[in-house]
Write a protein that binds this ligand. Structure first.
Ligand code: NAD
Length: 445
């Protein structure tokens, strides 16, 4: 099948590449000319495991092309996917201006039937906005004869495991009001599910809501565990035991029950805000989700609170090593990363930071451009601990899991670790002479 994907970010590039890998002919379009120039040379602008190889292979085999011109992208396409950003706008409302701009461009350039599939996460009603924009443009062009369909097809991939998630999705959600379009969408996705996992056909509104409901539910589990962890720290329990104790109940399940330094990333924070807003616009008070957001905002400061208790409010002259900057492992994405809040607070209080992350340093340099003189970036985890007053673990990259504790002790000024991802066993840290602080494991000295 011929496919156009508009937006070559984390979602668009994965979508286009995976469709191409199934034998489809795919044109990927982006407004960012630099990005397209690099992609045409086979250079990937983001870090995502396995993506480079898959893009190269599909380009070489002639199934994957890149362009800045929507006209070229949709020329032969039956499906046109929209995968542009929908960041938080004013007052927490999702900013769908990029979607509107794309809808406009499609309607100016289309000259045959097209199935327009929205993959971006958007508030309820966006599909009908897209429909109206296109109808109006076609009317202005006097091309009301051109037919099109709108589909809502939210994406559930996780950065860091995006190819695996796209190739083997738990489910595909398709929101459409047209039976024929539903059948075509099913055909397109059949190779990814191969009669195992469901393709769920539903109305457009339910599909748009499903994505927000999924992210809000996952964020709720995280904030719930973070709140429990704080209680553990006060009453003397261990959140690791509590997690096993509840997760083994099949009604609850184990995934997404980790306490930590708070959730971040390009999706949970903005989607939680957006659904709260959808509620208030429609007279529904989203009390649970509002609390989830509040707990998360506070949680990003939890490690800093521990650190201030230990070192005092004024951190002038103190130097901290940081392991992990990305909002989670296996990505270079720094959007809304807890590391931003933590590092800024330390710098504000006079400290300096030596930071290491396997992939996110280039992104971090942009985020911390205004305070670069207080942060030193290093290309090795060992260099980040030289002569530091404490090590702070913020992202749970695999390579941080089993450090050589003797070596750590030798290089640090004092053997103190603040672990925002509960990577180490408190008893082992104690036996090895570390002062160890973590989340909800009752580890304060
Ligand atoms: P991104 O910021 O990585 O990429 C968006 C791309 O769209 C950019 O390359 C940008 O240049 C391009 N773009 C913007 N305006 C354009 C226009 N008018 N024409 C052509 N291209 C344009 O975003 P992302 O992380 O891929 O997210 C895209 C959407 O998917 C968002 O709605 C997001 O919420 C949703 N989503 C993201 C993830 C994720 O893990 N990142 C997962 C599921 C869903």
């Amino acid at each position: 099948m011929n496919i156009c994907v508009i937006g070559t970010g984390y979602v668009g590039l994965i979508t286009g590449t995976c469709f191409a890998d199934m034998g489809n002919k795919v044109w990927c379009v982006d407004i960012d000319a630099q990005k397209i120039k690099k992609l045409k040379q086979g250079k990937i602008p983001i870090y995502e495991p396995g993506l480079q190889e898959l893009v190269t292979k599909n380009m070489q085999e002639g199934r994957l092309e890149f362009t800045s011109a929507i006209k070229d992208g949709i020329k032969d396409a039956l499906f046109c996917f929209i995968a542009v950003g929908t960041p938080t706008g004013i007052d927490g409302v999702a900013d769908i201006s990029a979607i509107q701009a794309v809808a406009n461009k499609i309607s100016i350039n289309m000259d045959k039937y097209l199935i327009i599939v929205n993959k971006s996460t958007v508030p309820v009603g966006t599909a009908s906005q897209i429909r109206n924009i296109i109808k109006e443009q076609l009317k202005a062009r006097k091309r009301e004869d051109l037919e099109f369909d709108i589909v809502s097809n939210p994406e559930f991939l996780k950065e860091g495991a995006a190819i695996e998630d796209f190739m083997h999705p738990d489910r595909i959600v398709i929101g459409t009001d047209n039976i024929r379009t539903a059948e075509l969408m099913k055909q397109l996705y059949e190779p990814f599910v191969r009669n195992q996992n469901p393709i769920l056909i539903m109305d457009i509104t339910s599909a748009e809501l499903t994505k927000y409901a999924a992210n809000a539910m996952l964020a709720t589990r995280i904030s719930f565990m973070n709140e429990m962890a704080r209680l553990c720290d006060q009453v003397g329990g261990d959140i690791a035991h509590v997690r096993l104790g509840i997760g083994t109940d099949r009604r609850i399940g184990m995934p997404f029950l980790y306490a930590g330094a708070g959730y971040g990333g390009s999706c949970f924070p903005k989607d939680v805000k957006a659904i709260i807003n959808t509620g208030s616009e429609n007279g529904v008070s989203m009390d649970i989700i509002a609390a989830v957001e509040k707990v998360n905002e506070n949680q990003k400061y939890y490690l800093v609170e521990m650190l201030l208790k230990r070192f005092g409010e004024d951190l002038t002259g103190k130097k901290f090593g940081v392991w992990g900057l990305a909002f989670k492992p296996q990505t270079d994405d720094m959007r809304e990363a807890p590391s931003i809040v933590i590092i800024r607070e330390l710098l504000f209080r006079g400290a300096t930071v030596t930071a290491y992350d396997p992939e996110a340093i280039e992104q971090a340099k942009k985020v911390f451009a205004d305070c670069e003189q207080h942060i030193q970036y290093v290309d090795d985890s060992k260099k980040a601990i030289q002569n530091v007053d404490a090590l702070i673990v913020i992202t749970e990259w695999r390579q941080f899991r089993q450090p050589d504790l003797n070596e750590l002790k030798c290089h640090m000024k004092s053997p103190i670790i603040f672990d925002g991802r509960n990577q180490y066993k408190p008893n082992i840290m104690k036996e090895n002479g570390f002062e160890y602080y973590c989340i909800g494991r009752n580890c304060f000295v």
